[in-house]
Design a protein around this ligand. Structure first.
Ligand code: UDP
Length: 330
């Protein structure tokens, strides 16, 4: 039977891939997105878009008051680590306030399940190779701290009101819909894979490699890239868990790739080398972030279907090749 879901930030990169997965299985979706970074064109026909802030109490009352919600998925957020190091209070205030207002409205309108888009930026200076859910939380930036604040608010919403929640800490979301319907389009783009692709295609100046003196095998930062369609699938799978309890999961492939490896892979798939220069380190970047996702696999049966870096880069490359200007203006 078809269910009804609220997706805040559903016009954004990861959110839009979840919206597509929900529609593909026949569910009804309502998106709240202020379109500051999201794209109307990322939403397929059949989705109702309410343009506004996910932390606007009047708007939330109007939308959530319609009732019949199976769950709320919360993506709407400022999400750039580097920017948050320059504008810490904006990140702390806006992300925490939006999340807490949404949680409060969900409780008031009887929504029983809540899924939070969280981050690996909770784990600066991890004390182990695979970062799992028992790794101590040390946010690496005000962005990570703001997500942690919302995670904590969810803990209290569960204890006091019984709102069941899943906090999904993504490592590096990457790739695009394997059918090519939607992809990644940020303005400005700051993420490694789309920038490396555009540099290879000659659309932008050479890529800056942010530091080659890290304590990693080739000196560049190591990240765990996880396909955005596998992240969308993870959101669907946690819904079953949430019928009985709250949960927290770290989501990645459990395998790290250095910036140089990404550059080599993009060059091979694009058929042209990625022009690049070594620049200084970027503030807030830990040397290595690799997920331990055994809990998610064991408890939900989740198995990433696009785990290889080749697959991730190939889907991203296909979308950017077909959409030189991204989605265009809203
Ligand atoms: N990176 C880089 N040059 C760029 C963008 C990113 O060297 O132009 C590096 C960055 O320092 C990090 C990795 O690529 O080690 C992934 O960065 P991204 O911004 O894609 O994701 P993040 O790890 O910040 O979530």
């Amino acid at each position: 039977m078809s269910e009804r879901f609220l997706v805040t930030g559903g016009a954004g990169y990861v959110g839009s891939h979840l919206v597509l997965a929900l529609l593909d299985r026949g569910d009804e979706v309502v998106v709240i997105d202020n379109l500051r970074t999201g794209h109307r064109a990322a939403l397929p026909a059949g989705v109702r878009l309410v343009v506004g802030d996910a932390g606007d109490p009047a708007l939330l009352d109007a939308v959530l008051g319609e009732g019949g919600w199976s769950a709320a998925f919360h993506f709407a957020s400022l999400s750039l680590v580097g920017e948050s190091m320059r504008e810490p209070y904006r990140y702390l205030l806006e992300n925490a306030a939006t999340g807490i207002r949404l949680i409060e409205a969900c409780v008031r309108h009887g929504v029983r399940r809540f899924v939070l888009s969280s981050t690996a930026n909770l784990f600066d200076q991890a004390d182990r190779d695979l970062i799992d859910e028992t790794t101590p939380i040390v946010p690496g930036s005000p962005y990570g701290e703001s997500k942690h604040m919302v995670e904590r608010a969810l803990l209290w919403a569960d204890r006091i009101h019984g709102l069941r929640s899943a906090c999904l800490r993504y490592f590096n979301a990457a790739g695009a819909d394997p059918q090519g319907r939607i992809g990644e389009d940020h303005d400005p783009e700051t993420h490694l894979i789309p920038l490396a692709i555009d540099a290879a295609l000659g659309r932008i100046p050479p890529l800056n490699v942010f530091g080659d003196d890290y304590p990693t095998p080739d000196g560049t930062c190591v990240r765990d890239y996880i396909h955005v369609a596998d992240l969308a699938d993870a959101h669907l799978r946690v819904l079953d868990v949430l019928t009985t309890r709250s949960a927290t999961y770290n989501l990645g492939n459990g395998r790290g790739h250095s910036v140089r490896e990404v550059i080599d892979t993009v060059g091979r798939i694009a058929g042209r080398p990625v022009p690049h220069v070594v620049a200084g380190r970027r503030a807030g970047d830990p040397a290595t972030l690799v997920a331990g996702s055994a809990r998610m696999r064991a408890e939900t049966g989740w198995t990433p279907r696009h785990a290889s870096l080749d697959d991730i880069v190939a889907t991203a490359h296909a979308w950017r090749l077909a959409h030189p200007g991204g989605y265009g203006a809203n």
